[in-house]
Design a protein around this ligand. Structure first.
Ligand code: BEZ
Length: 387
């Protein structure tokens, strides 16, 4: 019965061809796990819109395959994150996860992605462990580590000669990491942080903490808040009259996508980030024009990060010719790509985090305007990533 092995291998070949064909025709399932409610809702929407804009610019397909979206509102709630991500992995059987904004949520997503060998692109959350000890070939960030813009702001504030600063933020991973980065940068310039103030996420009861700042009289305050809470914080800071005596600084999230709502309270605020609205490059100009046309809104950094998440996925899919089973080819191309981003070109570190310029910006009207490069080609420090 020598024909049996031949028949079996012919059948296997047919199956494989069938699978490739089926995969070739089927849409790629992208699972968007983002906040669509709560203080970070606007950030989640921007990311989704940025991602979809890039896909639309490619004719609605990546590497010749249609993209099908599945969405979960993670509410920026880490306690619901594992259940939420499993809706996408197990129920919807997505091919790739994109999310999230909140570091605590993203840490749970990264664990689930590692456990199920799922491809994960992080379009915002800066939790440093994800591109440190939790790193994986299948996890890539299109945004920043919490340390990056914070460290740059510390350097800038140090260069201004500030010796005594205070910090204020939420007490969760992103808050702690941003304060650490700022402190490190400031200390390089001979300054120090005299007190760190925190409140629980997503709290916005700032009054008692502002009173504490007024009584300590530091030379500068560094604040990390984002979304709706950043709007309230900047307005409360000005209403308390602190903006007249104690300069306020922060990572760019403090004023990104929020300037219209913050109004006069935010004018002149200096922040550091990997993006500035008015970067006068053909890439940024066409991105902003297309985004405004598609969504009748000005793009914020979150839209850039969503757009670049799609670009990184496209780089992988193009190398693998749309075949998701070629995981090695796909993930190594995603890491090797130089992303032609609206923020400027950037590369991805071995640990999966962008290596990028951090800009000093100043709020003018509804734009965070470029002032200078605060730190060029900033890579997140090595954090024990072993693959
Ligand atoms: C974070 O949780 O990592 C984060 C949230 C909003 C803006 C920036 C960082």
């Amino acid at each position: 019965m020598k024909t049996l092995p031949k028949l079996a291998s012919a059948a296997a070949a047919l199956c494989a061809a069938g699978a490739t064909l089926a995969q070739g025709n089927a849409p790629i399932k992208v699972g968007l796990m983002l906040p669509y409610t709560g203080t970070f809702a606007a950030l989640g929407n921007m990311i989704e819109n940025g991602f979809k804009l890039y896909v639309q610019e490619q004719g609605g397909k990546l590497a010749g395959r249609e993209i099908q979206y599945f969405k979960v509102d993670d509410e920026s709630d880490p306690s619901k994150a594992t259940d939420n991500v499993n809706k996408l992995i197990k129920r919807d059987q997505v091919d790739v996860l994109v999310g999230s904004v909140h570091s605590g949520v993203a840490l749970a997503m990264a664990k689930a992605a590692r456990d199920s060998n799922m491809l994960l692109i992080i379009p915002n959350a800066g939790a440093v462990d994800i591109t440190g000890p939790m790193c994986s070939p299948s996890i890539i960030r299109s945004s920043f580590s919490n340390w990056q813009p914070a460290y740059a702001m510390g350097i800038v504030v140090g260069q201004k000669g500030v010796k005594r600063a205070m910090t204020i933020t939420w007490n969760y991973a992103a808050g702690a990491e941003t304060v650490k980065g700022f402190t490190e940068g400031l200390e390089k310039g001979g300054g120090k942080v005299i007190k760190d103030l925190t409140l629980p996420f997503p709290g916005v009861e700032f009054q008692a903490l502002l009173t504490e700042i007024a009584s300590q009289k530091p030379e500068a305050v560094y604040a990390f808040f984002a979304g709706a809470a950043a709007v309230k914080f900047v307005k409360d800071y000005a209403a308390a009259g602190l903006n007249k005596t104690i300069p306020l600084y922060g990572p760019g999230f403090l004023t990104d996508g929020t300037l219209e709502a913050q109004g006069a309270a935010a004018q002149g605020l200096q922040t550091t980030l990997h993006y500035a609205d008015n970067l006068d490059t053909p890439r940024n100009n066409s991105f902003r024009k297309n985004f405004a046309l598609a969504y009748k809104a000005n793009a914020a950094v979150y839209a850039v990060q969503g757009y670049d998440a799609a670009q990184i996925l496209a780089a992988g899919l193009n190398a693998a010719k749309g075949d998701l089973t070629k995981r090695e080819v796909l993930t190594s191309a995603m890491r090797k790509v130089t992303v032609d981003s609206p923020r400027g070109k950037f590369t991805i570190s071995n640990a999966g985090n962008p290596v990028q310029d951090i800009y000093l910006r100043e709020a003018k009207g509804i734009n965070n305007e470029y002032k200078a490069v605060a730190v060029k080609g900033l890579a997140d420090p090595a954090r024990g990533c072993k693959m």
